[in-house]
Design a protein around this ligand. Structure first.
Ligand code: SF4
Length: 70
C-alpha cells in the first residue's frame, strides 16, 4: 500500500475520478459524479474514507495470471 493511496483514499481507484496533474507535478482528484449530482463535491476533501458514489475501477488481470499450469 502506497502513501499516495492512503492520502487519497477511495478516489484513488474510483471509476468516477479524474486525476488532473498540473505543471508543478501536483495531482488533483476531480469527482465526475459532481457534474450530475451536487451532493458530491467537485474536489473531495482527501482522504475519502467512505463514499456512497464509490464504484471500483475495473482492474485488468495480467495475462500470466490467467494461464493454467502446463
Ligand atoms: S464518487 Fe466518491 S470515491 Fe468516487 S471520485 Fe467521487 S468522491 Fe471520490
Amino acid at each position: 500500500m502506497s502513501v499516495l493511496h492512503d492520502a487519497v483514499g477511495l478516489c484513488q481507484n474510483c471509476s468516477h475520478v479524474r486525476a488532473i496533474k498540473n505543471a508543478r507535478g501536483s495531482t488533483f482528484y476531480l469527482c465526475a459524479l459532481a457534474e450530475k449530482n451536487p451532493h458530491f463535491p467537485r474536489y473531495p476533501r482527501l482522504p475519502v474514507l467512505a463514499c456512497a458514489g464509490y464504484v471500483k475501477q475495473y482492474e485488468a488481470v495480467e495475462p500470466s495470471q490467467n494461464k493454467r499450469d502446463e
